[in-house]
Design a protein around this ligand. Structure first.
Ligand code: SF4
Ligand code: SF4
Length: 441
């Protein structure tokens, strides 16, 4: 039997070689951090500090603004010096930021911790994860306490750990599996205990053979199973991963829990371990600083809110006129940064610096109806038709053609021989449809 996978998808070059053999290094503490209050999917957090307040590392500085929201904590020990607004590259809009100036080394304010998570009830773990402000670190930044709270009437049957890391260039989850193995596994056990499942599956693409064999050895005699997956983009998208591992399909408009699945990323499992066993709120995380434009690519432990320019200074970048763009994330789903003076988020798993000679040719030609975009769409959508509808602003027809099921994976744009950026149109159209829905009530 061949390796497990999903239908559709593309095979971009892996480009993992830049950083895959680089062990995670701890970056020096930043002098200032810039913490967006909108730091997760859902409502922004509400600040509970004022300018002039002294804060410790890990001290709460903003309260979750709703159930789907996450607490924020200070990434350094110092003083709150300013409330300002900076562009949020994801929305293009200005967003509230708390600025903290560091004073000396860390003095941690720790949360309640335990030496045995099995002594804690699931609801206690959910509360501690919520308190620690943990969000999904695979990029989506969905609040973890919400995922751990199984809705009434639903039952979790399987936990799937996303270790596919299918985006080109990014290698931090790979390094986490090699270097933080026991912590990641403990995090998986905590999640299993919390959602009440007997079995967990760790899906790893077969281009990470070292991680597969290392993790297989580490989970011997446990109820965690390592599932090698075919290397194909977007293997790490939630619905595609569930389909590859379980053979089940999340229905259109549905959630993984509708078919009994719960998905967490490798680094999120680590963050959950760190909160429950070490009492650490989520103020630091792993990141790959990589791409052809980086002089010394690698994997690092960074403080949330560090400016991208400061991270890039550490690894060095090549001449500016050779650089095409700097991305939060990888080239397929990453967000192009308008300015490297912007700060990092909790969920930043990579900064990729792409050079002009490797960036895709931006010349756009008319659609030749080759249907390549249809065959690669992992959701089974008709991107060329959706693009036509988006261009003519037929939003109701677009919705009927399942626009909202598009996971913005970029596979259609990647494969299009005419260089049409279909995904960009769908991202914009989804924002318009959401706004129209809100207006219609
Ligand atoms: S891949 Fe590009 S050219 Fe081919 S049908 Fe889709 S939009 Fe048209
Ligand atoms: S971006 Fe959307 S339409 Fe394009 S391949 Fe991905 S899911 Fe399909």
């Amino acid at each position: 039997m061949g390796l497990l996978t999903f239908k559709g998808g593309v095979h971009p070059p892996h480009k993992k070689k830049f950083s895959e053999n680089e062990a995670i290094k701890i970056l020096p503490l930043p002098e200032k951090v810039y913490v967006y209050t909108a730091h997760s999917i859902g409502a922004p957090a509400k600040p509970i500090v004022e300018v002039g307040d002294k804060v410790k590392t890990g001290q709460k500085i903003a309260e979750a603004g709703g159930f789907i929201s996450a607490n924020l904590h200070s990434p350094v020990t110092g003083t709150v010096v300013e409330f300002t607004k900076l562009v949020n590259a994801a929305s293009g809009l200005k967003s509230d930021v708390i600025v903290i100036e560091r004073e000396g080394e860390d003095q941690w304010e720790l949360l309640e911790k335990t030496d045995d998570h099995t002594k804690l009830k699931p609801e206690e773990i959910v509360a501690r994860v919520k308190e620690a402000g943990i969000v999904g670190l695979g990029g989506a930044m969905f609040p973890s306490h919400v995922k751990l709270s199984i809705p009434k009437g639903k039952k979790a049957e399987s936990l799937i750990i996303n270790a596919a890391e299918c985006e080109p260039y990014i290698t931090i989850d790979y390094r986490m599996m090699l270097e933080k193995t026991s912590e990641v596994l403990k995090g998986i056990e905590i999640i299993m205990h919390t959602i009440g499942v007997e079995k967990a599956y760790v899906g790893i693409e077969d281009n990470k053979s070292k991680a597969i064999s290392h993790m297989k050895e580490a989970v011997k005699n446990s109820s965690i199973e390592i599932v090698p997956l075919k290397t194909k983009y977007p293997q790490g998208a939630e619905k595609q991963l569930i389909n590859a591992v379980t053979g089940k399909e999340v229905p259109s408009g549905g959630l993984p829990i509708d078919i009994g699945a719960v998905v967490f990323n490798v680094s999120t499992a680590y963050a959950i371990y760190d909160a429950i066993y070490n009492g650490k709120a989520l103020v630091e995380s792993g990141i790959s600083l990589t791409g052809e434009g980086v002089k010394k690519p690698g994997n690092f432990w960074f403080r949330v809110g560090t400016k991208v320019s400061e991270l890039l200074d550490y690894v060095g970048i090549i001449e500016e006129d050779k650089i095409d763009r700097v991305l939060y994330g990888g080239p397929m789903m990453g967000i192009s940064l308008p300015d490297t003076e912007l700060p990092t988020f909790k969920g930043n798993n990579a900064i990729t610096v792409m050079t002009k000679d490797v960036a895709p040719n931006k010349e756009t030609m008319p659609c030749i109806r080759c249907s390549s975009c249809v065959s690669v769409c992992p959701i089974g959508l008709q991107p060329y038709l959706m693009k036509k509808l988006a261009d003519t602003r037929k939003y109701d027809d677009l919705t009927n053609n399942n626009l909202m099921d598009c996971i913005e994976c970029g596979a259609c744009s990647y494969t299009c021989p005419s260089g049409i950026d279909l995904t960009k149109s769908f991202k914009t159209a989804k924002k318009v449809v959401r706004a129209m829905k809100q207006r219609r009530g």
